[in-house]
Design a protein around this ligand. Sequence first.
Ligand code: ATR
Length: 275
Amino acid sequence: MTDLYAVMGNPINHSKSPSIHAQFAEQAKQDLVYSAMLVPKEGFEPAVKDFFKGSGKGLNITVPFKEQAFQLATALTPRAQTAQAVNTLVLQEDGSILGDNTDGAGLVRDLVMNQHVEITGKRILVIGAGGAVRGILQPFLEQDPEHIVIVNRTFEKAQLLADSFKDLGSIEAKAFDELTEAFDVIINGTSASLAGELPPLPESVVATHTAVYDMMYAKELTPFLVWAQNLGANKIIDGLGMLVEQAAVSFEIWRGVKPDSVSVLSSMRKQLQGM
Ligand code: ATR
């Protein structure tokens, strides 16, 4: 029987994951079907159990269920444990459900492999202290950056996050008005771009060598990337590559085959621009 995979979320109708995974499966000659499943807000756990009772082998989990997936998993990878959120569930031979989080690995792969942006030895500014940022800090710290600074609208949340990751590397929280020097890499992990807003960063954080990344993406450049471009940033990058790469890491975990994410990213870029 064909193995089934799906992404569960609410809402789910704009998800690009079915298209990405269908392309991976075709390239890698994998016999599988990947669909998008709209799950009622109160119905996550039964939906997962039903899925795995049938031919379901793996799931991606998106908003608002990543924390519930973390609770539901019977075993967790260390990076999912640290992120306290799960975006990938894997049905194991013995019937247990392994939870992983591939978001941070996806971002690191997009930066390092696709964009040739170094993290090792660099000074990194991360904006935001929500679930998205929690998911990327361990994979970032594993790359051994010189230092990570976290800023957030609600400073206390940045402080808590920096405290909980400080054993893994050099990381501190700062207030926006304490920022003076330029960074090598800046990551926007806030949802401000969704509201068409900009985090209140001083212009001095961007220099001509700075790579600026927005975890959001849209047909047009996000306001954050336009701001960085106008300041002369060396590179501006949106989150489409992160989306494709986190999917590639999930696919590899499920199927044991590494898909050609570069060609899929370029086809997803064309799709986005044609919309
Ligand atoms: P996610 O899981 O996507 O990270 P979240 O946990 O709600 O979602 O976190 C959203 C992040 O975006 C937070 O860091 C939030 O700042 P607060 O902690 O102060 O709420 C940040 N954010 C959202 N809208 C913003 C805006 N307009 N300007 C600046 N930061 C914003």
